[in-house]
Design a protein around this ligand. Structure first.
Ligand SMILES: [Zn+2]
Length: 235
């Protein structure tokens, strides 16, 4: 078997990676709203149906804006770091007010943000399904874990463990033969995305992910070097 070749298992293509129906279209993972222009030369694309492709857009917009607002400390369009977010906040005052409303102060005057956890979970799971399908194979079933938290609140030990996506104690488990993950393990990149320490860097400081075959599948993602996300399928 030549590890330089990509042999996508045909059982794993020809379906929407989010719901399993016929894929009318291709979906970028991550969606461009989570990235900045100029976009990377090559973005992962997976099969998706039109309904799924459209159904995540509002939650993805919310998450992109929410993360940038938390990093900036307010929900003013003029303060947004990211041009995409600035544009969305200008065009969508309802979303801006909603995020502004989530900004609270506790009794000690510390800034707190109330998350819309269901919407964030929806996007995190969608992204993980996309990355798993791109690197290994689709995972349509419900995962056992969908977690997300700011990187900065992880203890040193948890942060260290989170960053380990390159095998570690999982040595001996090989990615599916011929998958993109398999090719990366052999140092033969299947695309033009930088790969380092188990992480695929889609855009520096904006989005990186790692996918590990564990007997199940583990997907980790970091958005804007702020939001650490983890999704686990046990088998
Ligand atoms: Zn679908």
């Amino acid at each position: 078997m030549d590890p330089r070749q990509l042999f996508i298992d045909k059982r794993h293509t020809g379906m929407c990676v989010y719901c399993g129906t016929y894929p009318d279209t291709g979906d970028h993972v991550p969606s461009k709203v989570l990235l900045d222009e100029p976009y990377p030369l090559e973005l992962p694309v997976v099969g998706a149906c039109r309904r799924c492709n459209a159904s995540f857009s509002l939650d993805e917009q919310y998450l992109a804006c929410f993360v940038d607002c938390v990093i900036c400390g307010d929900a003013e369009a003029s303060d947004a770091h990211r041009p995409n977010v600035k544009r969305i906040l200008e065009d969508n005052p309802a979303l801006r007010y909603r995020i502004e409303d989530a900004r609270k102060r506790d009794e000690a005057d510390n800034l707190l943000w109330e998350t819309e956890a269901d919407r964030i979970r929806n996007v995190v799971l969608k992204l993980a399904r996309g990355q798993a399908a791109y690197e290994l194979y689709p995972k349509l079933e419900e995962p056992s874990i969908v977690g997300f938290a700011p990187l900065q609140i992880l203890s040193d030990d948890r942060r260290f463990a989170f960053e380990q996506v390159a095998g570690g104690d999982r040595i001996g488990l090989w990615p599916d033969i011929g998958s993109r993950s398999f090719r990366r393990a052999f140092g033969k990149s299947p695309d033009r995305l930088p790969f380092s320490g188990g992480w695929v860097v889609v855009q520096p400081d904006r989005y990186r992910y790692g996918v590990v075959e564990t007997g199940g599948v583990l997907v980790r993602m970091v958005l804007s070097e702020y939001l650490a996300c983890e999704v686990v399928w046990d088998c």
